[in-house]
Design a protein around this ligand. Structure first.
Ligand code: G3P
Ligand code: MG
Length: 255
């Protein structure tokens, strides 16, 4: 069983992941949101990555541009040059007008410059296996530029995707994301098959007993998305290793 933390990520005690940056105070998944999180104490960021038509990995949560930019529709047909014309900040507030959808390469530069760590969630690309493998390999290629002192966890809801990532790039720590309703009893097999170091369960319905089972099986437990400070404290007291939160600035005293 390969549940040993990778050289890049030892099993940590308590981590607060700034979910899409400090997304309660800045437009999610922009460099502005990441910078604000770090300015206010975050040492771990969470972000989401998918792929453009030209193979550029791009930072965005949704599968369309509609909610978080001034454009609509799929970003799959776009290229990196198109990102210059997309405003990913105005929807949140006019003071963020002109914020861009970052490329993963911008995010890697940011991690290196600010000396912080990241959970990179690979989105379940909707264009099939070939594009999914391209995405996996493009992410791994970008990670080659990462300062070796930085720590990275690769996560996804896509279990086949994670298995493929682990088989192709086994040097990176894996976290398997679960919605509560999809946390079936085969979780141990899934985690082992994905070469996971961490399980990333949804907060809703998570119990102390379940956390104990995960920890006793040897996995770190990083829970999403936890915006209540008391709940985060309870989860840490149960033995959780991390929480993903939109308000990391309010939680740094817990670590
Ligand atoms: O990685 C934790 C969390 O980000 C997973 O869900 O939909 O916010 O990407 P989502
Ligand atoms: Mg995410």
């Amino acid at each position: 069983m390969d549940t040993i933390a990778s050289a890049l990520v030892p099993l940590f005690e308590r981590a607060v992941f700034a979910h899409r940056g400090l997304s309660s105070r800045a437009p999610e998944n922009t460099l502005e949101a990441f910078a604000l999180a770090v300015d206010r104490g975050a040492t771990w960021l969470e972000t989401d990555v998918d792929i453009l038509a030209d193979g550029t990995p791009v930072i965005i949560h949704d599968s369309t541009l509609d909610r978080t930019t001034n454009r609509a529709g799929s970003f799959y047909p776009l290229t990196a040059a198109d990102l210059e014309d997309i405003d990913a900040g105005s929807w949140y507030g006019k003071e963020f007008a002109g914020a861009r959808l970052p490329r993963l390469s911008d995010f890697i530069d940011f991690l290196n410059e600010r000396k912080v760590n990241a959970n990179i969630e690979i989105k379940q690309n909707e264009q099939g296996a070939e594009r999914t493998i391209l995405l996996i390999d493009a992410v791994a290629k970008e990670l080659e530029r990462l300062d070796p002192e930085r720590q990275i966890i690769i996560s996804s809801f896509g279990q086949p995707l994670l298995m493929a990532f682990h088989q192709r790039h086994p040097q990176y720590a894996i976290g398997v994301l679960y919605e509560t309703a999809a946390l079936y009893d085969d979780w141990l097999a899934v985690l082992e098959l994905c070469g996971a170091t961490y399980i990333h369960p949804e907060d809703s319905g998570l119990t102390a007993s379940k956390v104990k089972q995960f920890r006793e099986a040897g996995f770190g437990v990083n829970v999403w998305t936890v915006d209540d400070v008391d709940r985060a404290n309870q989860l840490f007291n149960w033995g959780c290793t991390g929480v993903f939160t939109n308000c990391s600035d309010q939680m740094m005293h817990l670590v």
